[in-house]
Write a protein that binds this ligand. Structure first.
Ligand code: FAD
Length: 278
């Protein structure tokens, strides 16, 4: 039996009645793993922004710990203040605080240039009310001027008041271990939770990886390509690869694992069952 650790699961806000029902089924299925929290991503458009709030409130109503993401790049201070007030009214005490990305074709109109500014604003407005998570990048952020500068910028978010961080996904555990060493050297001492991306299909994975700068190792890409349209075999192989990655991280004593669910429970359930049966 592997060491018992805690899990959290990330969803995106659904925008159809079927999507809402699917998300409810997904978080109910994942509840057997007693997650520390469910988080819901934040989109730059008004519709997805409202969707985050609605999804978070639905999760909370069912008695789960719901954590909204908020992003600054397309938000004004007044909008963020309103959101913070609403979350406080609903007794939500944990946020994932980001700069965010502006969707292609839209213009950033927000008042926060970097996530550190948003963290400072949340602290200024609400003191220690919220537990604040920020994003971390073991393979560095795609816009980073250099590895060293990216670590310095990460430290700015922690110094601004972040309590912990969740990483971008990665397949190479060494990248995470080296990043942790660099954080230690930079006096960054908050928990940094690995973000885990299950493998659902190669096209989607390649798109996510190219957008966020995560590397798909050549051996993994080539193996996945070999499966072609045989999704069941690709997913079984992916479950093995991700289970091994998680086992390596757990053996290293990570504080917990955060799964990017894409609003699906099946593959993640198989991975966690593997971890718990070892
Ligand atoms: P920052 O920490 O602000 O960093 C962005 C870039 O700016 C980096 O290259 C950094 O080195 C640089 N930088 C930072 N501070 C400075 C400074 N003072 N001067 C110069 N350069 C600086 N996106 C969404 O839109 N919605 C979500 O819900 C969402 N959830 C996410 C959850 C997790 C766990 C992760 C890892 C990412 C998530 N993202 C989300 C994606 C994220 O918004 C993007 O990666 C975005 O490009 C950067 O956000 P950040 O908060 O890391 O930005």
């Amino acid at each position: 039996m592997a060491k018992k650790i805690s899990y959290s699961f990330e969803f995106f806000p659904p925008n159809t009645p079927e999507g809402i029902k699917n998300l409810a089924d997904t978080h109910r299925q994942l509840s057997v793993f007693s997650p520390a929290f469910y988080s819901v991503t934040f989109g730059a458009g008004g519709h997805t922004r409202d969707g985050t709030l609605e999804a978070v409130l639905r999760i909370k109503e069912e008695g789960f710990n719901a954590v909204p993401h908020i992003s600054g790049i397309s938000s004004t201070k007044a909008e963020i203040k309103t959101l913070l007030d609403i979350y406080q009214q609903h007794d939500i005490k944990h946020l994932v605080t980001l700069r965010g990305d502006v969707p292609v074709g839209q213009i950033a109109r927000g008042e926060f240039k970097y996530a550190s500014e948003l963290v400072s604003f949340v602290r200024q407005e609400t003191k220690d009310y919220f537990h604040i998570d920020v994003a971390a990048y073991p393979e560095y952020h795609p816009e980073a001027a250099s590895a060293q500068i990216d670590i310095k910028n990460f430290k700015k978010k922690v110094d601004a008041g972040a309590n912990s961080a969740i990483t971008q996904f990665f397949f190479n555990a060494d990248a995470y271990f080296r990043f942790m060493d660099e954080c230690l050297l930079a006096d960054i001492d908050v928990p940094i939770i690995p973000g885990i991306m299950p493998i659902y299909n190669i096209k989607q994975l390649a798109r996510f990886a190219s957008n966020c700068g995560a590397e798909i190792p050549r051996w993994l890409r080539m193996k996945l390509e070999d499966y072609g349209d045989d999704l069941p075999s690709l997913r079984s192989f992916g479950v093995d690869v991700i289970s091994e990655l998680c086992e390596t991280l757990i053996a290293w004593d990570v504080p917990s694992l955060h799964f990017y669910t894409i609003n699906q429970a099946g593959i993640i359930s198989r991975i966690i069952k593997n971890l718990e049966s070892d």
